[in-house]
Design a protein around this ligand. Structure first.
Ligand code: FES
Length: 189
């Protein structure tokens, strides 16, 4: 995996046009409020992580001090300051998921992939990251992989999901037990 910090970063013409639209949504003088969406756009353009040059670039676009942009980028766990695998697995470690077996989910991921939280598989395919509540506690235990949520997990369903991704298949997203939204159907038990 290439973790070299590029010397410079610029939005593609398409992203630059999109960034201008995002900035224009905020009142005059409040453009700094566009920091989160612009950092997110930069991260997506750069393959899932934010090099320093991208943070400096976004600060320049918004006319804010570079240190402010670095503060934001380093505060939110959704921003990765180092390269991540093709599939970024975010494991929820907050109490409701923990009570519903989150520890088994974490161990299953680590054993299946042969890495610990904070590490990336040598083939660059998977990174595991521990995060706080992902906001889907009703269907705990939960993990997020890239932009998709996987809920009502068990060690078996986690194995299936990881096998699918490793084989280039799209796993079933959402509840793995058939629960719809936050319904009290009990299928997540
Ligand atoms: S505690 Fe895991 S989603 Fe909220």
């Amino acid at each position: 995996m290439n973790n070299a910090q590029p010397k410079s970063f610029f939005f593609t013409p398409e992203n630059e046009a999109e960034a201008r639209k995002v900035i224009a949504k905020y009142p005059a003088g409040k453009q700094a409020s566009a920091m989160l969406p612009l950092l997110d756009m930069a991260q997506r353009q750069h393959g899932g992580w934010l090099p320093s040059a991208a943070i400096v670039y976004v600060a320049g676009l918004l006319s804010v001090a570079e240190v402010k942009a670095f503060e934001v980028a380093s505060f939110y766990t959704m921003f990765n300051l180092e390269p991540v695998g093709k599939y970024l697995i975010q494991l929820c470690r907050t109490t409701p998921c923990w009570l519903k077996g989150g520890e088994d989910i974490a161990r299953t991921c680590e054993t299946r992939l042969g890495i610990k939280a904070g590490e990336t598989t040598p083939d660059g395919l998977f990174t595991i990251k521990e995060v706080e509540c992902l906001g889907a506690c009703v269907n705990a235990p939960v993990m997020q992989i890239n932009d998709d949520m996987y809920e009502d997990l068990s060690p078996d369903s986690v194995m299936r999901i990881l096998d699918d991704l490793a084989a280039g298949r799209q796993p079933k997203v959402g509840s793995q037990t058939g629960c719809c939204g936050s319904c009290a159907c009990g299928k997540g038990e």
